[in-house]
Design a protein around this ligand. Structure first.
Ligand SMILES: Cc1cc2nc3c(=O)[nH]c(=O)nc-3n(C[C@H](O)[C@H](O)[C@H](O)COP(=O)(O)O)c2cc1C
Length: 179
């Protein structure tokens, strides 16, 4: 299982958080979105797309330039997960909107969307990252909830592993034994 993290970061927050995610994930590779082309996404079985939000609900600048690269990549059968970094107090009307922009750009490309995340514990008025009662991916806020990031990352990475390997070997053997 090859795992790749692709981040866009203006002041380094998303970049730092993605380094922490990489540590938790284990064997994986990390790329600044400004350095990649469509082929790079296709090297991985799990593709983590991470962005901060800027302006008023806008994509981070490098992501803005590179959105077509992921749009044009073949994501069929891939696992795809999202990370959004934003400020729920300062920008509560556009909290982590950039995640929704990337999601909308690649919807329908046949990937297996994992890592959806509950909104409990966050306070915001509106977010394009919030769909059908949950976040499209892990949402992190270093301005207001920096102390929660480490636990959120640990728990999210565990969740990703479970979603990629829904049945452990033991569970499979138990299920077989019952046949
Ligand atoms: C001018 C400005 C605009 C911002 N706009 C948003 C926004 O619309 N939504 C949001 O959730 N966060 C917004 N933020 C907060 C950033 O996303 C946040 O500071 C983030 O940690 C930056 O991460 P980065 O350094 O990886 O780019 C904004 C911050 C600034 C300074």
């Amino acid at each position: 299982m090859k795992m790749g993290i692709f981040y866009g970061s203006q002041t380094g927050n998303c970049e730092d958080l993605c380094s922490q995610v990489k540590k938790e994930l284990g064997e994986s590779e990390i790329h600044n979105i400004s350095d990649v082309s469509s082929d790079n996404f296709e090297e991985y079985d799990l593709i983590i797309l991470a962005t901060s939000t800027w302006g008023s609900g806008d994509l981070q600048d490098d992501w803005e330039m590179q959105l077509d690269e992921v749009k044009n990549a073949n994501l069929d059968q891939k696992f795809v997960a999202f990370i959004g970094v934003g400020d729920q107090e300062g920008y509560g009307d556009t909290f982590c909107d950039a995640v929704g922009i990337i999601y909308d750009a690649i919807q329908g490309k046949g990937f297996n969307h994992i890592g959806l995340w509950p909104s409990e514990g966050y306070e915001f008025d509106n977010s394009e990252a919030f769909r059908n009662g949950q976040f499209l991916g892990l949402i992190l806020d270093v301005e207001n909830q920096d102390d929660l990031s480490e636990d959120r990352i640990k728990s999210w990475v565990k969740q990703l592993h479970q979603e990629m390997n829904p049945l452990s070997k033991t569970q499979i053997n138990e299920a077989r034994a019952e046949l």
